[in-house]
Design a protein around this ligand. Sequence first.
Ligand code: ATP
Ligand code: MG
Length: 348
Amino acid sequence: MHKAIVVFEVEGGSDKYFDGHRKDTMPIVNAIRNEGWKSEVVYYRPEWSEALFDYISQNFDGYISRVNPGSIPGGEKGYFELLTKLSDAGLVGMATPEEMMEYGAKDALVKLKDTSLVPSDTHAYYEVEEFHKTFPTSLSYGERVLKQNRGSTGEGIWRVRIADPELAAAVEPGTALPLDTVLKCTEAVDNHTEEFTLGEFLKFCEQYIVGDNGMLVDMRFMPRIVEGEIRILLVGPDPVFIVHKKPAAGGDNFSATLFSGAEYKYGTPEEWPELVEMFNQARPIIAENLGGDNIPLIWTADFMLDTAPDGSDTYVLGEINCSCVGFTSELDMGIQEKVAREAISRIK
Ligand SMILES: Nc1ncnc2c1ncn2[C@@H]1O[C@H](COP(=O)(O)OP(=O)(O)OP(=O)(O)O)[C@@H](O)[C@H]1O
Ligand SMILES: [Mg+2]
């Protein structure tokens, strides 16, 4: 054993600080060093793949990936191949490409729809034809949110409803809506609303389904999103902090993404005992449905409030993220030390 962990980044991008790294990268590296282990950062480039493999496989026991899949030079395929080769050579992957795909893809929600975490009428479209066939009926049950798999910060995440409220109230649930039905569609990236006919919107959304990892998740709209989305950040199995993200008030607004104007409040798991209790009970079920015991090193789960039949609050899962989860505004909370200890214990 080398007692050494390498951290992957890519060069450039708006997430980098003046030292060329993500703001939370060197804190992790330094925390690993403080535990008496070696650690350093390398940059991925496709043309360095072989050299990286030789260097890393000879000098390190594990890797931590701090790379956003959308910004990998040459695409994620080459990067994932390198990570898989390193795992095959005996390194501990944090996270492995499999974990990133299982936990990070939007259809993780669909894999959890038979649990109490996700409404049972959540589904995913992988084929354009299937989408055209099913969505007109899906929308007859009420307002929906369509989520593309690629991209982030609310791009291609659409709140979809029938424009005329009287018509919406009169629709017979379970009947396909006619293609000339006028819709109001609000995109989470900036809460802007556009009108489409259903036929136009179906056509427009084909872009999200075609191509690599294309899919659309179709989920019930959760009206209590206006009270905020609650993010749990985890290091391995442990919740370490909470972000309460409240959409900008007014209009059709439903987006909890930062750039859409949502307000963020940071807190501790102790301030959210019911949510954390519920989550701790659900976590093994999440693991069982998303690839077994391999929990990502740093990941987040986002929840929205819902109301149970008895009037009490429940929580619905909206998204899991596990690639490149940041904690740059919480560097004083001891998270990097937890990351270092968890990473070292996985190698041991
Ligand atoms: N079912 C839903 N009901 C109501 N609002 C929703 C629903 N799903 C998502 N949203 C809203 O849309 C926003 C964006 O959706 P989501 O987080 O799934 O996409 P994203 O683009 O991957 O965002 P992120 O940058 O957080 O990864 C959420 O923050 C939330 O405010
Ligand atoms: Mg989100």
